[in-house]
Design a binder for this molecule. Structure first.
Ligand code: ADP
Ligand code: ZN
Length: 207
């Protein structure tokens, strides 16, 4: 945990799916509650079916409600004036306004903890995660375990009907039939269309 002399900073917990980001976020929130800080937890979500409150619970029975939000502005509107810690899970799904929101909260003395998947299924930057990592005081990048080789996993493998999803498929598939696995760089597989592959090889040859 970052210990600034004055309150107000940003902590990012980044990494692939299954790397333990939510566990780490919950751990920090729980410790904040033990320290009797006023905490608010938000979770970005894309699916209107989960429009109720969701809660994060601790071993000793402490529970903290998390408010589902669709936009960064909703977080800003809902943070109470006396809140000391703001935590946001699944932050990669939020709009780029989140950078301004976390910066404004930190400036007024709030400890901001955000957790999110920093790379999409292609292994490319996901949403505002890269910029959030830039403006933060601390960045913890977690790894999962590659389900193919057992090495450390830094990629999200998207599978559609059990097969690797193609590069061209959309970044966010809402209500899709896809599933995800944690994989290392070498076991990660994102097939491209043949013509794309040819262009890549031509570019490589021209270098
Ligand atoms: P995240 O928020 O990063 O998706 P969670 O905190 O929800 O991660 O879950 C982390 C937990 O997932 C681990 O403690 C472990 O029990 C479980 N898990 C399942 N598959 C894997 C994997 N391939 N590598 C590591 N942990 C995994
Ligand atoms: Zn591997």
């Amino acid at each position: 945990m970052y210990h600034g002399a004055r309150p107000g900073w940003i902590e990012v917990i980044a990494g692939v799916m299954f790397s333990g980001k939510s566990e780490e976020l919950i751990r920090r929130v729980r410790r904040g509650i033990i320290a009797r800080r006023r905490v608010q937890v938000f979770k970005s979500h894309l699916d209107a079916r989960y429009a109720g409150l969701y809660s994060v619970s601790s071993h000793n029975g402490t529970e903290v409600d998390a408010t589902p939000v669709d936009t960064a502005a909703e977080i800003f509107r809902q943070v109470r004036p006396d809140t000391e810690i703001v935590a946001v899970d699944e932050v990669q799904f939020l709009d780029r306004g989140i950078i301004e929101v976390v910066t404004a909260l930190a400036a007024r003395g709030v400890r901001v903890i955000v957790a999110g998947t920093d790379t999409d299924f292609r292994g490319e930057p996901f949403g505002a995660m890269g910029d959030l990592m830039t403006v933060a005081e601390t960045v913890d990048k977690l790894q999962a375990i590659c389900v193919i080789c057992g090495d450390l996993a830094c990629r999200n493998q998207r599978l559609v009907d059990g097969r690797p999803a193609r590069y061209e498929s959309p970044t966010i598939m809402v209500g899709g039939r896809e599933s995800y696995e944690a994989r290392c760089r070498h076991c990660h597989d994102v097939p491209r269309r043949d013509e794309d592959q040819a262009v890549l090889e031509l570019r490589a040859a021209a270098r």
